[in-house]
Design a protein around this ligand. Structure first.
Ligand SMILES: [Zn+2]
Length: 340
């Protein structure tokens, strides 16, 4: 097995080899086909992601798809050779949040389940994953599309929280990273056309966004000063952009905060704005039982919306990890995906 080892102490990465692991009774061994580079991976490498409770090294990569190579003795729902995708988020099933259908707020499960944070992730040729987190990829969905299931399952959860979103809703998306691109695509899929605007300070990202060809405006932040929107989706994770988001809300507007928000970010906010305009702030954290439905959503989005070139996604061999991470950092691509 080839894997990209991460040392949390000096934040270094190194390509290494080890024997192919053997699944425990409830585990599935996946021959990884694609593994995404998430914002959490990047924050972990940069040291900004909070990991106090888990100082030990784990392999990064929470976005994992591949083919089942072996199953543990107690696995009943999967068999060798099936194409599968991994939901990195799971609940403990017994806390009050899990029993009420909100495992994204579970205080216990992450310690056992989340690849890249609590157990080894998918930046390796062979990944061990608990059966309950492995989903069959439906016919008609390619593995390169299915590796986007994790960020899209997050969007599906956020989408449920902000609905109803009527056709014609004046919408501002902040941040032309992969989340912004996927949000724009999801809004277009649901019938929003000329009423969506994306703002982004980097020119190269705005130009990249134009390749999506959705008919949406792609502007610099200052270009929307004075405009008001019914719905603002802030994918930036930066406090300064959130201040822009709040001032861009019209009366009755809703702000949805998504993405890997910097835990240290703070904003200036006038409560008067909220009472006068009666606006709402909606946060969304990982997914909430949306992973299975998201694989169906991917079927609907298909090549029309999930074309890597249009989305600005770069594909790299694992050995080219330095190049992949550098391309994300410079903004040349919106996201990197490792292909095995
Ligand atoms: Zn729980």
């Amino acid at each position: 097995m080839e894997f990209l080892n991460f040392n949390p102490r000096d934040k270094s990465l190194k390509l290494e080899e080890a024997p192919v692991p053997v699944p425990a009774e409830n585990e599935v061994l996946i021959r990884v086909s694609f593994a995404g580079v998430s914002e959490t991976d990047i924050q972990t490498i940069e040291g900004s992601y909070p990991r106090k409770e888990n100082e030990d090294a784990v392999l990064l990569g929470r976005e994992i798809v591949g083919v089942v190579q072996a199953i543990g003795s107690a696995v009943t729902t999967l068999s060798v050779g099936q194409a599968v995708a991994v939901n990195p988020n799971e609940g403990c099933d017994v806390c009050n949040f899990c029993r009420a259908g909100g495992y994204n707020h579970c205080q216990k499960a992450g310690a056992a389940s989340t690849p890249e944070i609590w157990r080894n992730g998918g930046w390796r040729t062979h990944a061990l994953v608990p059966e309950k987190q492995v989903y069959l990829v439906p016919a008609g969905v390619t593995l390169s599309q299915a590796v986007l299931a994790e960020p899209l399952s997050y969007l599906a959860h956020s989408w449920a929280k902000i609905n109803p979103v009527e056709v014609g809703t004046g919408t501002l998306v902040i941040g032309a990273g992969i989340l912004g691109f996927l949000w724009a695509s999801l809004l277009h899929l649901h019938g929003l056309r000329k009423t969506v605007t994306i703002i982004e300070p980097r020119i190269k990202r705005r130009k990249l966004f134009e390749k999506l060809d959705l008919g949406f405006r792609a502007l610099d932040i200052d270009d929307v000063k004075g405009e008001e929107f019914d719905l603002v989706i802030d994918c930036s994770g930066a406090g300064s952009a959130t201040e822009t988001a709040l001032t861009s809300l019209g009366s009755g507007g809703r702000l949805c905060l998504v993405g890997s928000t910097n835990p240290l970010a703070e904003i200036k906010f006038k409560p008067f704005q909220a009472t006068r305009k009666e606006f709402s702030i909606i946060g969304a954290h990982i997914n909430q039982f949306t992973f299975g439905r998201t694989l169906s959503l991917i079927t609907a989005m298909g090549d029309t919306y999930l074309d890597y070139e249009k989305l600005g996604i770069g594909v790299y061999k694992l050995s080219r990890y330095e190049e992949a991470l550098a391309a994300v950092k410079t903004g040349d691509i919106t996201k990197a995906v490792f292909k095995f």
